[in-house]
Design a protein around this ligand. Structure first.
Ligand code: MN
Ligand code: ZN
Length: 340
């Protein structure tokens, strides 16, 4: 079969590799239908993802059709269309024991630490493959369950509920997915970016207020949005040293701040800023069994991912797809790869 392999940084190719086989009776064999490209795939390609090892079949946003099932698989049947959760955990460390396998001390992500989904076939544990009703969800959207699971995880970590006013910094795919999940929970969302085109998309996908921070006055807009209280919930999907500092600065008294970034450079935040507001600052990483709720949202229409897909390429054109994303961050949101 063919697979997208990053041999080493900056060297990506379509390779012929052995078709994977079911190894144990809890596995399923999936014929991949589509994938979507994430910033972390590009980080592996460029050599800036410190967690990646090479050579690697990349891709953690993908889905397909179940073609074979192991003898012990009861939750899936041949022909089911599934999205695959890329998080793999040890099951017995402290984090796993308290129900948080997404931060398992030896967590691995398929497509990063292990081979991933940008291939014609994948074998995955049936417990990580979630069925989607294709009568209600376009098959071309199934790879977007994973990025929405990031948005759902942020909403859990930020404890977003009806009536909350939420600032989402950054209107890329993650910012948009956070926004849509927050809207589905009844929150109001102010989203920022430096490109009007991305803000227009975020607005069409549900954001209540948009602010272009390169031309507008964010502090004034926050005052207007919150009646001068400051933001009760801030999510930083820009993930720079400055955006983390700003998240803390614009949070209200008794507010919550959620970070997603993996930057190792420190931000400058004085302890008094956290103490005087009694802020909850929380990290949010990957997703903790959020696929079922995201799929439910896709199926019942409370989440509408179609607006996120801006281009599609055959998987054999993966280099072109990556170049397109890098050259036009203002126009592209998610770029799909087709495998069928
Ligand atoms: Mn991703
Ligand atoms: Zn663990």
């Amino acid at each position: 079969m063919k697979a997208v392999i990053v041999e080493r940084p900056l060297e990506i190719r379509i390779a012929d590799v052995p078709k994977p086989e079911i190894q144990n009776n809890a596995d399923v064999l999936i014929r991949v239908l589509c994938g979507s490209i994430c910033g972390s795939d590009i980080g592996i390609y460029r050599g800036t993802n410190a967690l990646a090892t090479y050579p690697r079949i990349i891709g953690h946003e993908y889905g397909g059709v179940v073609e074979e099932i192991g003898a012990g698989v009861a939750n899936l049947s041949v022909g089911d269309v599934v999205a695959v959760d890329p998080v793999r955990a040890c099951g017995h460390c402290y984090a796993c024991s308290v129900g948080r396998p997404n931060v398992c001390k030896s967590v691995e992500v398929t497509g990063v630490h292990r081979d991933g989904g940008f291939a014609e076939y994948v074998v995955a544990p049936a417990s990580a493959a979630y069925r989607i009703d294709t009568a209600r969800v376009d098959k071309g959207l199934i790879s977007l369950v994973e990025p929405y699971s990031i948005g759902a995880q942020v909403n859990h970590r930020a404890d977003i509920h009806a009536g909350d006013r939420v600032l989402v910094m950054g209107a890329g795919p993650i910012g948009v997915s956070i926004t849509q999940v927050a809207k589905s929970r009844g929150a109001e969302v102010l989203i920022t970016d430096i490109f009007d085109s991305r803000l227009d998309r975020a607005k069409s996908m549900g954001a209540d207020v948009t602010v272009n921070v390169s031309t507008g006055d964010l502090d004034r807009e926050i005052d207007r949005f919150t009646g001068g209280e400051g933001m009760p919930v801030v999510v930083d999907s820009v993930c720079s040293t400055a955006s983390f500092e700003q998240s803390v600065a614009v949070a209200s008294q008794a507010g919550r701040v959620v970070t997603l970034g993996l930057l190792s450079r420190p931000s400058q935040i004085a302890m008094v800023e956290l103490t005087k507001k009694e802020l909850d600052v929380r990290g949010s990483r990957l997703n903790n069994h959020r696929f079922p709720e995201v799929i439910l949202g896709f199926e019942d229409g409370s989440l509408t991912p179609a607006g996120m897909l801006t281009s599609a390429f055959r998987f054999s054109e993966v280099e072109k797809a990556i170049a397109r994303l890098l050259e036009h961050p203002e126009l592209e949101c998610k770029v799909a790869l087709r495998f069928d």
